[in-house]
Design a protein around this ligand. Structure first.
Ligand code: NIG
Ligand code: FE
Length: 421
């Protein structure tokens, strides 16, 4: 598969509907702005050396002046969408956990499975035994599969190492995936994901993470953000405050797992501490919504996790109506969301979380990019942004892209100017 920015020129013309083109990258879309994601009917888009250089309505198309080494694609009747930005994944993991899937079908809950030593601790056990190269190989295969589904930028968390060496191993693998230059990869240090043996509880384990692992992670430049599983039975407000404070001193913004099973004040704490995003939010109280609407922290909904674990869906309609810049991501991981299908996640945004089609697409593109501080690079098709896009199969409208849920969407996928599908 191609790497880096493609050399050459590409013109996509007669596009049925072009989404996300403009003179400059959109930074984020908040509240009612989410509905105004730009759509041009009957459009063209010009690309050079892997970046968007121009575009607009066919009515104003200036014609082709220079045919030299120009590839032309006719996209009549198709929608051209910016590639998905998946701002929350656990893509680097050792193996799947389908045994737990069967246990759940037979009646055990996610928490009961975790209490028996399954769940995150099970993934950590297998990952610690795997070599860095083998972990890289299985993770690369997953990343390439997601790319063929139209994902053009991704965040990857650690959190299945849970000790110094294994957390570093995970983050080095994530950095190596980024260094391939296929798509932008942002990394997140999630050492506080679960408390492994022999630690007696979250307080002492978090101190170890803060005093020994965090410094090693930042000295090697392995992480772009920090994360913690702020949840009953995992890590509390005190651990969250300590970790976020220390990470901020080392220049790492926070993206926090919070309110997945319970609401316990974590959202307010994260907003107060200026977190970049709060992710999950299946259980959300009115005061959480008020806090989010008053700050800049991006709420990230993970509908595939809600679907897979049969949890409530994040109330995205309420959040958008409160003025938030909602994002949608997959949470791709072996325990609670073994799928990296952003198209399905966005459609569930409409079906289960009350978003209109353009809002769901904005959540899975522009606002996902904002949740990674990548909004100038990806998430849209504005002049200067990466030429990473999907050309759909024939569709009558942008709305149909969300309505046709779960079915293959992209006929062609272009990432950094390279056709990968
Ligand atoms: O985002 N909630 C915490 N972490 C992951 C699941 C981890 C796992 O089960 O392996 C999540 O759902
Ligand atoms: Fe997660």
């Amino acid at each position: 598969m191609e790497s880096g920015f493609a050399q050459g020129r590409l013109l996509i013309k007669d596009i049925g509907h072009l989404v996300g083109f403009g003179p400059a990258p959109i930074q984020r879309l908040e509240g009612s702005e989410m509905r105004s994601l730009p759509v041009i009917e009957d459009a063209w888009l010009a690309i050079e050396d892997g970046r968007v250089i121009d575009g607009g309505s066919m009515v104003d198309f200036p014609g082709i002046v220079d045919w030299n080494q120009l590839e032309v694609l006719d996209a009549t009747g198709r929608v051209v969408l910016p590639s998905w930005v998946d701002s929350h994944t656990h893509l680097v993991h050792a193996s799947s956990r389908e045994g737990e899937f069967v246990d759940r079908i037979r009646g055990l809950s996610y928490q009961e499975i975790a209490a028996r030593g399954g769940g995150i601790l099970n993934s950590a056990k297998v990952l610690r035994e795997m070599s860095e190269d083998d972990l890289f190989d299985v993770s690369l295969a997953r990343m390439e599969r997601l790319m063929t589904m139209g994902t053009g930028a991704i965040e990857i968390k650690s959190g299945y190492g849970l000790d110094l060496d294994s957390e570093l191993k995970m983050l080095r693998v994530a950095r190596r995936l980024g260094a391939l230059d296929k798509i932008p990869v942002k990394t997140t240090f999630l050492g506080c994901h679960a408390v492994p043996d022999p630690w007696d509880g979250p307080a002492s384990y978090t101190r170890y993470m803060v005093e020994e692992v965090l410094p090693a992670v930042t000295e090697e430049g392995l992480a772009d953000h920090v994360d913690i599983f702020c949840e009953d039975g995992y890590f509390g407000l005190e651990e969250t405050r300590l970790l976020l404070t220390q990470a901020k001193l080392r220049g790492l913004p926070a993206k926090v797992h919070v309110n997945q099973f319970t609401a316990g004040g974590g959202v307010g704490l994260c907003v107060e501490m200026g977190a970049l995003s709060v992710d999950h939010l299946e259980i959300l109280e009115a005061e959480d919504v008020a806090e989010l609407s008053s700050g800049q922290t991006i709420p990230v909904a993970l509908p595939l996790c809600s679907l897979f674990l049969d949890l409530p869906f994040t109330p995205c309609r309420t959040l958008v109506d409160a003025g938030c810049a909602v994002a949608i991501a997959t949470d791709f991981n072996p325990g609670s969301a073994p799928s990296g299908n952003m198209h399905l996640a966005a459609s569930l945004g409409c079906l289960k979380m009350g978003l209109e089609p353009l809002e769901a697409i904005a959540a899975a593109t522009v606002n996902g990019a904002a949740a990674l501080n990548l909004q100038n690079e990806v998430g849209g098709l504005a002049v200067g942004q990466e030429a990473s896009l999907m050309v759909t199969r024939p569709l009558r409208s942008v709305e149909e892209a969300m309505y046709a849920f779960g079915d293959p969407l992209a006929e062609r996928v272009l990432l950094r100017g390279n056709w990968i599908v």
